[in-house]
Design a protein around this ligand. Sequence first.
Ligand code: PLP
Length: 395
Amino acid sequence: MNKFEKWGPCTKAVHVGSEPCPATGALVAPIYQTSTYAYESTDEAEKVFTGQKFGYLYGRDHSPTECQLEEKLAALEGGEACKFFASGMAAIANAHMALLKAGDHVICGAVVYGGTYGLFDKMLRAFGVDVTYVDTSDIEALKKALRPNTKVVHVETPANPTLKITDIAEVSRFCKENNLKFIVDNTFCTPYVQRPLELGADIVVYSATKYLNGHGDCIAGAIVGSKEFITKGLHEGITKLGALISPFTAYLVKRGMQTLTLRMDKHLSNAMKVAEYLENHPKVERVIYPGLKSFPQYELAKKQMKGFGAMISLEVKGGLENAKALCNNLEMIKIAVSLGDVGTLIEHPAAMTHKSLPVEERKVSGITDGLIRLSIGIEDPEDIINDLEEAFEKI
Ligand code: PLP
């Protein structure tokens, strides 16, 4: 048993990968801001390069600061190993490039982050990989999309921004029966709220830019999975694509992750209060939040998540014009893409994060022109609600 396994998530978030510096005893290990590593002799270098002795090789492959961070996320996720990248998109691209080759086919959730959609549609297609978008909450639709050359299923749950939920355990069974790799983008949840590997996923990907770092001050991404996949499967991409997280960013994410569980508790309780307020608001047409009983997949959300996340989507009565007016009249809440920051953010998916999706696909998936997405922060909940209320009064 791994020595950290006996600890709960709050303890793991604080202590795993946060050992004092072995050279100086500094309680917080320094940032190893170096591009390369020096060896005593060519013989020693050869031993490190051939794997006979542990050592660092080059800053494009790994760094001590990054390795500490990877221990922390792997422990929280319950995964064998983890690799951090320069962005969530770099992590997603590396995961798929390690698994796919020309002639292969991917089944992707119909609602995913616009950048992920662009990666499949604009880039992987150009390299001969075909993709079918499917509502992965419908297992029959998934079965219909299966082809002899299908290799990977990629799902976001809850999906960005419709918050539709995919039953991870059910899709995992389907993937195992058909020898497919199952990737879950767990950005909206973090391992504190949902642990896809325990539910049967093979690989978990993150935009660590969001809740994992939590403070809106860096861009980062991660992949968690088996030791075999992380150390061997990803190897060529790590060394040839060169999209590793920098030591300084790794330090920031590591620092942010120490308070992940505390922040998530506050994000979740604030989101519930804001969702209830919005649901009872006369100027709101529809609120989408997995923690509301009106949410069509409430029971599934309760089953596979611990808490319901802190993302809320809504439609304002009066459509697009009033939705824009709501955003424009806010004072504390900022109009910005990204999510999972300490501060509450609002955005308009059709004009911002999901603009790259064709209009027809947006409509079919429920990303209406009037849909607004809120990322609820950790402020006092009354202040978030008051800011929204004052904006509603002006429309
Ligand atoms: N996955 C999800 C669910 C996202 O929302 C995003 C970005 O918003 C990404 C991946 C891409 O992450 P990054 O912006 O860190 O490249």
